[in-house]
Design a protein around this ligand. Structure first.
Ligand SMILES: Nc1ncnc2c1ncn2[C@@H]1O[C@H](COP(=O)(O)OP(=O)(O)OP(=O)(O)O)[C@@H](O)[C@H]1O
Ligand SMILES: [Mg+2]
Length: 798
């Protein structure tokens, strides 16, 4: 006995082992000490390691070591029993010799027992200080047969498979198993190595018929193999379910933690990691995510000083920042939408109805993306602000771009990444700003988009607006499809005529003509004044506007279809008042801005009711024109001078308008005698006629000034002025018929602005006039004519 370094005593029993090998221990002693095994079974011909803790057992080992070293190992029937008594033990066990003993410092001991043969307990002869029993040998029954042979091989094969599958069995066992021919020894070896229940082990031990033991063993092995295979199947399922992404995430987190711990996280890596985290959060669709991962991998390999590094990084930044999956929930309550529209805008009933219908369709069928709305009208009539209201009603974000003056397709669609300083186009940029994939997206000035050698932006626009293709809009810079189908696009334009046809086809046009003076007054009181008060810091300062002051501003300082200048002038008044209050240091007092005060503050009157003055002389008629900025009053001047019958036309007139001037002149010449019987027959041959339309900045074309031109010429040859309160519109044929024209609502608003009382219109336009709500006709009298004579009668003689 010697003490080793661990303080564990090792008892070598080499002589005994050699004695066992020589089979020198036969025959069995008459009685032997019995060591109960709590939860295991020992088999003949195997080495069994045992931990011995109970005092009784330790004493048993001690005494056995001093005398013969032989003992009996018997399994307990009840693994829970700490100190099993004789009747709690099985009847069959094995005889063994202690081959080694280790004393552990905690007072317990470990022994290695070489079991030799199976025995049956005949009777217990003593149970103090430990059990001693009389035992009888219980040898195997072996009858060699092909079946036994087959069973042996089967057990060998199955067991080999098991060894390959499970880690707890040492591989040497495989060699041992294939080398054992003796079926009995084979059964013992395998039974000892398997993790089966104690009861099953005991059952195998008690089976004396080797063939039956092998059969039972092969059943157990088959079950064991199945369990193992099922286990590894479950394992691999679990592994594959913990999908690649999760695994990667997990590994990367670990990697990051390790790098942080080691202080090795370099800048590039930190940046890549951050980008990856943000990409994870951005919810990219599959194709985009793949592209992003590819670029990330490239970034990871590049030194941060490389020129390409920045390019890739900003590309990835764009991918991260785009709202691939962010969206706002829609409020599709039509009642609520109505409230919002009314809150933000005065009147505009027809427009609001159209908008509500549009929203209603959306709410009934969320799949239908409907047509693109296009608000057409003069500046400052509320196109943009209606768009804002729609977004507010729906609870969507609002984003606005202007495509006016855009000639380059790349502005819409971006430049390819190979360009230095390339960026996504304006659509994608705006979506990033909106930070939602379903904003209300306003495209302003769609009528002012141009086209040149750099490509046609309207074809890119078409792709944006066309519901059939905008679910995969491809920006050149991103080079990835982006789904625009959830966006509500609203276009705005001043002029329908210059919107490219294919675009117009996809849009539902909603016209806003402008406001009457009364409407402007209401808008000012209800919206513009409160807003400007707040903007100029005068909220609560007690400053008010009288209606007369607002009317003065509307009539004398602004001439417009919309209300933008009106708002600006109101702002100017408030700004000046604010300054006065700030400078006077006197306590604020309430004040109401009168018309007089407004005129003082705004200075010289800017808009004059010119008609009376301009039409004072014969030869001048008041025409009405439609322009992209609303209706306009045009004065058509005609004069005659001695000459040879030539016609001169000036005032930047378009071709159609020139022709209509000629037609008017021809008609007047043809009827000169009837119009003015005193006129000499040669009058036209001896005079040159000059027709001039002042206000050169206003583009003038179209046939609708025909009536006004004929009236001006008639007034000239009759030498009688045209009624100053009458304006007119209509095309004239050579035979004197009056043909219908367009833009009547804008024209009538313009007439009212200019102080006109009576408007001569073609009778075939009556329907359109009646469509204008009564209160918007502003007390204008409309006179419907089908022939020029009738118009002349009203305008000159009326
Ligand atoms: N019916 C209305 N009720 C209340 N405010 C209005 C109304 N119409 C226009 N406004 C106000 O007039 C101002 C100008 O309107 P907005 O900017 O929408 O004009 P727009 O039609 O978009 O003009 P542009 O063609 O120049 O872009 C806004 O402050 C808007 O709130
Ligand atoms: Mg606008």
């Amino acid at each position: 006995m010697e003490a080793n370094g661990d303080g564990i005593q090792v008892v070598e029993t080499d002589e005994i082992e050699s004695a066992i090998r020589q089979g020198a221990l036969e025959p069995l002693p008459a009685t032997l000490p019995v060591l109960p095994l709590k939860d295991s079974v020992a088999y003949p011909d195997t080495l069994t390691p045992l931990g011995v803790v109970r005092d009784r057992s330790i004493r048993l080992i001690d005494e056995v070591l001093g005398a013969g070293r032989t003992l009996v190992l018997v399994a307990s029937r009840d693994p829970e029993a700490d100190d099993p008594t004789a009747d709690q033990l099985h009847d069959v066990g094995v005889v063994g010799v202690i081959a080694r003993m280790l004393k552990v410092p905690d007072g317990t001991i470990r022994v290695l027992v070489q079991a030799t043969e199976r025995v049956k307990i005949a009777e217990y002869v003593k149970d103090d200080p430990y059990l001693i029993a009389r035992v009888e040998a219980l040898p195997d029954r072996v009858e060699p047969s092909p079946e036994l042979e087959a069973l042996t091989r089967n057990v060998q094969r199955t067991f080999t498979e098991i060894i390959e599958e499970i880690p707890y069995l040492p591989e040497e066992l495989q060699l041992a198993v294939t080398n054992i021919d003796d079926p009995s020894a084979l059964a013992n070896l395998i039974a000892g190595a398997l993790r089966i229940s104690t009861a099953e082990k005991q059952e195998l031990l008690e089976e004396v018929d080797v063939a039956r033991r092998l059969r039972r063993l092969s059943e157990l092995l088959a079950r064991e193999l199945e369990v193992i295979q099922l286990g590894s199947q479950i394992q691999s399922q679990v592994e594959s379910e913990m999908n690649k992404g999760q695994r990667e995430y997990y590994l990367r987190e670990q990697l990051k933690a390790i790098q942080r711990e080691l202080g090795e996280e370099d800048e590039t890596q930190a940046e890549v990691n951050e980008l990856r985290e943000r990409l994870d959060a951005a919810g990219l669709p599959e194709e985009a995510r793949k592209a992003a991962d590819r670029e990330l991998a490239r970034l990871e390999r590049l030194p941060s000083a490389a020129a390409e590094y920045g390019v890739i990084r900003s590309y990835l930044e764009w991918l991260v920042e785009l709202p691939w999956s962010q969206e706002t929930p829609d409020n599709l309550d039509i009642g609520h939408a109505r409230e919002v529209l009314d809150e933000d805008h005065y009147d505009l009933e027809q427009v609001k109805d159209r908008i509500l219908e549009y929203l209603a369709v959306r709410s009934l069928n969320s799949e239908s993306h409907g047509p693109i709305l296009c608000f057409v009208g003069p500046p400052g009539v509320g196109k943009t602000s209606l768009g804002r209201s729609i977004s507010r009603a729906l609870g969507r974000r609002f984003e606005r771009i202007s495509v006016g003056g855009v000639r380059d397709e790349a502005e819409i669609r971006g430049h390819r990444r190979t360009y230095i300083g390339a960026l996504p186009g304006t659509i994608i940029r705006a979506l990033r700003d909106a930070n939602s994939r379903n904003p209300v997206f306003m495209i302003d000035e769609i009528d002012k988009m141009g086209a040149d050698f750099r490509g046609d932006p309207s074809s890119a626009m078409l792709e944006v607006l066309d519901p059939a293709q905008n679910d995969s809009f491809r920006d050149h810079y991103l080079d990835l499809p982006f789904d625009l189908s959830e966006v509500i696009f609203i276009a705005t334009a001043n002029n329908l005529d210059t919107i490219p046809g294919p675009l117009l086809d996809r849009m539902e046009v909603i016209q806003l003509a402008g406001y009457t003076a009364d409407e402007k007054l209401h808008i000012a009181k209800r919206y513009l004044v409160p807003r400007q008060l707040a903007e100029n810091g005068l909220k609560g300062a007690g400053v008010r506007f009288s209606d007369a002051a607002l009317r003065a501003i509307i009539e004398e300082y602004t001439r417009e279809a919309g209300v933008r200048n009106l708002e600006r002038e109101i702002g100017t008044v408030f700004r000046k008042i604010a300054r006065q209050i700030a400078e006077s240091r006197k306590p604020k007092r309430k004040q109401t801005v009168s018309a007089k005060r407004a005129r003082e503050l705004l200075g010289r009157r800017r808009v004059f009711a010119e008609t009376r003055r301009r039409t004072r002389d014969p030869g001048v008629a008041t025409g009405l024109a439609w322009t992209p900025v609303g209706g306009e009053v045009l004065f058509i001047e005609a004069t005659a001078m001695p000459g040879s019958g030539r016609l001169t036309i000036t005032g930047q007139l378009g071709e159609v308008m020139r022709e209509s001037a000629q037609a008017a002149l021809s008609w007047v010449r043809g009827h000169a005698r009837r119009l003015n019987p005193e006129l000499s027959d040669d009058w036209f041959a001896e005079h040159d006629i000059h027709i001039h339309v002042p206000a050169g900045a206003v583009p003038k074309d179209g046939p609708s000034a025909g009536v006004a031109m004929a009236t001006a010429l008639t007034s000239l040859i009759e030498d009688r002025p045209v009624s100053p309160e009458t304006a007119m519109t209509g095309e004239v044929t050579l035979t004197g018929q009056v043909l219908p024209v367009g833009g009547l609502k804008e024209k009538s608003l313009a007439a009212a602005r200019a102080g006109i009382k009576r408007v001569i219109v073609p009778d075939r336009n009556e329907g359109e006039i009646l469509e204008i709500p009564e209160h918007e006709r502003e007390g204008l009298e409309f006179i419907y004519v089908d022939r020029i004579e009738r118009a002349l009668a009203v305008a000159i003689d009326g």
